[in-house]
Design a protein around this ligand. Structure first.
Ligand code: OGA
Ligand code: MN
Length: 316
């Protein structure tokens, strides 16, 4: 008999899932219960788990194929491309390339052709205080817009640009340039219909530069309004991490933020997987995108072996 139990922890989103060891094979009944809870609560917290990169992959594959992070191959696990190491640990005397990831409101990989479906993050080390993550419910953001604004946004397309990732340039010119080379601007609908719930969710975040058919000057205030509207406190849940938490969120109907509210001299170390998205966007300018991606990679990206060694050092 399954002992799985789901307790809501936020009104807008968020539930704790207990009575399950996610390192063990999952029964069909538990998988169904998790999928149902995920559709309802959007972000699930599985506290007190003991996972390693292999068991994280094992569990999260239950929810679909995993992304291999080819669009951001900077801090992948040395042996498993599907595991991304989110850390502020120094590696070979250099700051981590993911130390400031996620510090503006976003939804994962929206600057790629196939944005992530879900993302799962497992907390291995955390600062004594802070290092929280916030989530906002984009169904609520859409539902609370006026009918005219909904009409305007339905059918509108947005240009997502990796250059708008907060703090990208602080990761050094090689990483930033390579990130941009691999991720030319892409176009996605401003409103997405969730394939499981059939509900509409706003799909605009701080990495949107323009709307198709509108100038940048016209787009900017609308993007700003939508971003502010969608992250009102009443639409959010704030997660205070504990070591052993596995948190799994749905990128199709939420945005999230690494708050960055912690002492950077303390360690924050997480491993992460992302589910392959269930639809494709398109490049804003397919020819320019193809040419850009064919151009020479930045020196740092041309040495995967060295990178792998650097990541291995993270686990010392
Ligand atoms: C992510 C992310 C937030 C955090 O892993 O996609 O944005 O708080 N993480 O680390
Ligand atoms: Mn993220």
């Amino acid at each position: 008999m399954s002992k799985i139990s789901i307790q809501p922890v936020g009104f807008a989103c968020g539930a704790r899932v207990t009575g399950i060891d996610v390192s063990k094979p999952l029964s069909a009944a538990d998988l169904e219960a998790i999928n149902k809870a995920w559709a309802k609560h959007l972000v699930l917290v599985f506290p007190g788990q003991t996972l390693d990169p292999h068991s994280l992959v094992g569990f999260t594959r239950n929810f679909g194929e995993l992304d291999d992070y080819a669009t951001q191959p900077f801090n992948r696990h040395p042996e498993i491309n599907e595991v991304f190491v989110l850390t502020n640990k120094y590696t070979n005397g250099k700051p981590s390339k993911t130390y400031n990831a996620g510090q503006n409101w976003h939804t994962d990989l929206s600057y790629t052709l196939r944005p992530a479906k879900g993302t799962s993050v497992y907390c291995m080390e955390k600062p004594s205080v802070g290092g929280d993550t916030m989530f906002a419910n984009m169904y609520m953001a859409y539902d609370t817009l006026s009918p005219k604004m909904k009409e305007f946004l339905d059918g509108l397309e947005a240009v997502h640009d990796a250059s708008l990732i907060e703090g990208l340039d602080k990761r050094g010119p090689e990483v930033a340039n390579e990130f941009r080379r691999l991720n030319p601007p892409v176009v996605h609908p401003a409103v997405r219909v969730h394939p499981d719930t059939g509900r509409k969710a706003l799909y605009v975040n701080e990495r949107v530069r323009t709307f198709l058919g509108l100038s940048e000057a016209e787009s900017r205030p609308i993007v700003k309004f939508l971003c502010e509207h969608s992250v009102q406190p009443r639409f959010t849940y704030r997660h205070y991490w504990s070591i052993g938490d596995l948190v799994m969120w749905d990128n199709r109907c939420m945005v999230h933020l690494a708050v960055g509210d912690y002492d950077p001299s303390e360690i924050r170390h997480m491993i992460r997987t992302s589910g392959m998205g269930d639809y494709y966007g398109r490049y804003l300018d397919p020819e320019a995108a193809a040419a850009q991606m064919k151009s020479a990679p930045a020196a740092s990206a041309a040495k995967p072996a060295a990178d792998a060694k650097a990541v291995a050092a993270l686990h010392d």
